[in-house]
Design a protein around this ligand. Structure first.
Ligand code: PLP
Length: 383
């Protein structure tokens, strides 16, 4: 039997063998990292080694890394209580992950959604204008702009946004969950005050992530009742998960040079799709985007049908919008880009990783070609 082709790395990436080994080793550690005895100190040392590795992936200081239960919690922590005592207003890009769009502590009326262009890039002129207008409203503005979008891969101009936000006296958070491990991420170069990472997008375990602060930035904890993580995130640390995150971050940093190969595979896939369906639309194609991500719609076809058909043929992809509840909803990202709902419902997301090969792309294209022909024939017969 042919091997399955896993092309859904933006949902989760396979656990790296080195990570698995490190996690298993860490599970055998006995101590609580807060204990002063030697077992406790061993667990603490393992956590601090991982902290250094995660910090290094984004050019941050280890003491500015706050480990969390994942990207969702890190986004929530960023939005819980930004530095500065004034409540202020949140400016959230329309294409953010739902954990950002939920707004954290900002009430609905204290949130402004920042629109994107038809290619899915946040309109920075608009941001500059509304921040200028906000100046008279009082309160410190809080802006969240993701580094790369999880559906289209569209890269955002975070460094440019940082200039605009800081000029307005605001705080900038960036969700770099999808950019990390695919392109270099440097906190200083991005100029963000707060940055989110998730371990399972870089080959680490699920259920662990980090919020990383620029020097001098602060957060107010989401929960109370413990002094862990520099009094910023209470609760005994997930030692094994954190150790796995550290190893994954280290490997991901070393493998960035392989992303050229991934981009070539992605381009071959898109060329193949256009051969089968010349009317296929590739979203965000004309702008800088992640090397591994392809968001594609073939008008007239339903994403769910393609996802199920490809799954049966041994190929794993997602519908254009991630479905955390098992139900595919129309993508808020494509809607924000002005894509018609019937086209958005056709969108699939193919996301590659360095473990993918030409063979996986061939498997996808054979299965995709068969499906498209069959579905179009059925549609013609039914008409
Ligand atoms: N941010 C982005 C851009 C994501 O794609 C995801 C996961 O899909 C998250 C945040 C949430 O991360 P986690 O799954 O670790 O909670």
């Amino acid at each position: 039997m042919n091997q399955r082709a896993y092309l859904d790395h933006n949902a989760t990436s396979p656990l790296r063998p080195e990570v698995r080994e490190a996690v298993l080793g860490a599970l055998a550690l006995l101590g609580n990292p807060s204990s002063v005895h030697s077992e406790g100190r061993s667990a603490r040392a393992a956590v601090e080694e991982a902290r250094g590795k995660v910090a290094a992936l984004v050019g941050a200081r280890p003491e500015d890394v706050i480990f969390t239960s994942g990207g969702t919690e890190a986004n929530g922590l960023a939005l819980a209580a930004p530095p500065g005592s004034e409540p202020g207003r949140a400016f959230l890009s329309a294409i953010e992950h739902p954990s950002v769009l939920a707004g954290g502590r900002f009430e609905t009326e204290a949130r402004t959604v920042v629109p994107v262009t038809a290619e899915g890039v946040v309109d920075l002129d608009y941001l500059a204008r509304i921040l200028e207008h906000h100046g008279s409203e009082g309160g410190r503005p809080f802006v969240s702009l993701m580094a790369a979008n999880n559906e289209t891969g569209a890269l955002q101009s975070v460094a440019e946004a940082a200039g605009i936000v800081h000029e307005a006296g605001g705080v900038l958070h960036t969700d770099a969950v999808q950019m990390a491990g695919r392109l270099p991420v440097d906190l200083g170069a991005l100029g963000a005050d707060l940055l989110t990472l998730s371990a399972h997008k870089v080959g680490g375990p699920q259920g662990v992530g980090a919020l990383i602060l620029a020097e001098g930035a602060g957060v107010r904890p989401l929960m109370t009742g413990g002094g862990q993580e520099g009094r910023r995130r209470p609760g005994t640390e997930n030692v094994a998960g954190i150790v796995g995150f550290g190893v994954a971050a280290e490997c991901a940093g070393k493998e960035l040079s392989h992303m050229d190969k991934v981009a070539r595979l992605r381009d071959a896939l898109e060329d193949g799709v256009r051969t089968v369906a010349p009317d296929a639309i590739v979203f965000a194609q004309s702008i800088p985007r992640l090397p591994n991500t392809s968001s594609i719609a073939v008008p007239g076809l339903k994403a769910e049908t393609l996802v199920i058909g490809l799954d049966l043929a041994g190929v794993s992809i997602s519908a254009g919008s991630a479905c955390s509840s098992g139900k595919v909803e129309t993508s808020h990202v494509l809607a924000a880009m002005g894509v018609a709902p019937e086209v958005a419902r056709a969108a699939i997301r193919v996301s590659l990783g360095i473990g993918n090969s030409d063979h996986d792309i061939q498997n996808f294209l054979i299965a995709f070609g068969d499906l498209v022909k069959r579905l179009r024939k059925n549609a013609k017969e039914a008409a």
